[in-house]
Design a protein around this ligand. Structure first.
Ligand code: ADP
Length: 532
């Protein structure tokens, strides 16, 4: 017997319909790369998405076809999220920081037919055009002499257009992982997975949105669907403030002028903002919440934001998980915790939102599930309706027979559900048979006033197999010695975790998503030897 309630296909077009109907005049502000600003609203986004859907159809784009974007955060990019989905297409958000070979690979692999791009990426387009074999049409988001400009392209069409309907399991977005190993892999989000993910993203234990929220997402729209913010924000009818540039001075001014209550970005974004405020003597913006994810948020960052009255939502996830996996927020014992304890808890990666199941398994025997005892670390696995099943065009599933996806992360689960991420599987440091968390070492090291960035890697050691070596980039104009850094770590990590050496470097290699690339760092120091 079936239940007797209404069927209501979960399509992302329902999200924009809702936003336009219930919060139609709520503003969407864009600060463009050239310094100009425009304002539209949810009704305007929907209107332009309807126009764009027809413009795509007139180019011959069909349901299921991929339309790529190479763009920063702005209202026209937002229009594309809904316009492409609205004609049944799949928006492939391309990370402009990828290397040329990766850019070539992903556009051809995705078989993108149209590319929408910002004028600032014209050099990439010029360089790649001959190597991209499937792209037939180039549309520039800005007006310029090169290709049709977005506004002119959609102008001939009216608002009178019925969204293309279909199954809720149809794809709507494609996002490639940056591929620190091998070629990038495509993650194909569905209408249903996207709607469910956004619904959960709204809740108090995640982004905590209400109609009065004003969000400036620093996390790029090309990075894991901007953490689902453009959908969750539409559901709640929030005001968005977008910036097509990520300079702290611009962000700071926008946050203060536009009454921004919430923001989201990787730790480096907040670090840059702190540095800007310190250098100019400006106060940090009084945000209600700051979501930090993508890499571990260091304690000093959490502490400073919390002291400024900002709730820190430290989140963990990956492209393969849409990306929300866990989010930090007040736990049941929150009111009994001291400030230091709250900071300590927030430095962990939070708890799974409804819909996400987590487990840790033995790194050497994946069939053995580990206890959630707050001390045993293992390979982190995840399953849920917005977690990947199979990479785009892959021939085999990426999950085991029970649906678990192995994240490649190593973590500890605590009895209250909190996830504490300790490493990537490939980066674990094993000394004398015991694990050392490079994440915790790095986190503690960046608390030193002279340290800008730190990366710990395991180096071969004759007695202990591996010992940690800490690579450190000093802050501009700051100085310190290796002994000082080690002394600073003494009361922060176990004694046997202390690095055997601290090496100062000018820079640490990063991936296209801004994460430390330990693979490249290890390659750079392949000949490094530790004294026994
Ligand atoms: P990429 O495209 O660089 O592979 P993702 O954005 O999908 O990247 O990266 C996901 C990875 O980022 C996770 O598997 C984890 O290692 C790391 N990560 C994400 N959030 C956090 C966090 N809060 N703390 C520590 N590491 C994190």
């Amino acid at each position: 017997m079936l239940g007797a309630m209404q069927g209501w296909t979960m399509r992302v077009t329902r999200v924009i319909d809702h936003a336009a109907r219930e919060a139609g005049s709520r503003e969407i502000v864009t600060r463009w790369a050239d310094g100009s600003e425009t304002r539209t609203d949810w009704a305007g986004i929907r209107r332009d998405a309807k126009k764009m859907a027809q413009a795509l159809q007139s180019l011959g784009v069909k349901e299921g076809d991929r339309v790529a974007s190479l763009a920063m955060n702005h209202s026209r990019h937002l229009v594309s999220w809904y316009g492409v989905a609205g004609m049944g297409g799949v928006l492939h958000t391309v990370n402009p920081r990828l290397f040329e070979d990766q850019l070539e690979f992903i556009a051809n692999h995705a078989e993108d037919r149209v590319l929408l791009y910002d004028a600032m990426f014209q050099p990439i387009v010029d360089k790649m055009r001959d190597r991209w074999t499937t792209i037939e049409h180039y549309i520039c988001y800005d007006s310029g002499e090169h290709n049709p400009a977005f506004e002119d392209w959609i102008a001939p069409y009216g608002e009178d257009f019925d969204w293309v309907e279909g199954d809720e399991r149809d794809p709507c977005m494609l996002c490639y992982t940056s591929g620190t190993t091998g070629n990038p892999k495509g993650v194909l989000y569905e209408h249903r997975s996207t709607v469910l993910h956004a619904l959960v993203g709204l809740q108090p234990a995640a982004f905590n949105f209400s109609a009065s929220s004003v969000m400036l997402p620093v996390v790029p729209m090309f990075h894991a669907a901007s953490w689902g913010l453009p959908y969750a924000g539409a559901m709640a009818g929030i005001k968005f403030v977008f910036s097509a540039v990520n300079e702290p001075a611009v962000l700071d001014e926008l946050m203060k002028r536009e009454g921004v209550t919430d923001s989201a970005g990787v730790p480096t974004v907040w670090l840059a903002h702190f540095q800007y405020c310190d250098a100019t003597g400006t106060d940090l913006p009084k945000l209600k919440s700051a979501t930090i994810g993508g890499s571990a948020a260091p304690k000093f960052m959490i502490e400073r934001l919390m002291k400024n009255g900002t709730r820190v939502q430290h989140a963990w996830g990956m492209t393969e998980t849409s990306p929300i996996g866990t989010v930090g927020g007040p736990t049941a014992d929150w009111d009994q915790l001291s400030f230091e304890e709250k900071v300590g808890k927030t430095a962990m990666q939070g708890r799974p939102v409804f819909g996400v199941e987590l487990r840790t398994v033995d790194l050497d025997d994946m069939s053995t599930e580990l206890p959630r005892d707050g001390k045993t670390s293992g390979a982190l696995q995840i399953r849920g309706p917005w977690v990947i099943k199979r990479y785009f065009k892959a021939e085999e599933d990426a999950v085991d027979a029970d649906g678990w996806f192995d994240t490649g992360d190593v973590g500890i689960l605590h009895p209250d559900g909190t996830l504490q991420l300790t490493d990537r599987t490939k980066d674990v440091i094993k000394s004398g048979g015991e694990w050392i968390s490079s994440v915790e070492l790095e986190n503690a090291a960046v608390g030193h006033p002279a340290v800008a960035e730190a990366a710990a890697i395991g180096m071969p050691h004759p007695k202990w197999d591996e010992r940690p070596v800490l690579f450190v980039v000093k802050k501009d104009g700051a100085d310190c010695t290796g002994e000082e850094v080690t002394a600073f770590l003494v009361d922060k990590v176990a004694k046997w975790w202390l690095p055997d050496a601290v090496e100062f470097v000018d820079d640490i290699p990063h991936t296209a998503t801004g994460k430390i690339s330990k693979k490249d760092l290890r390659a750079r120091f392949a000949d490094y030897t530790l004294e026994s």
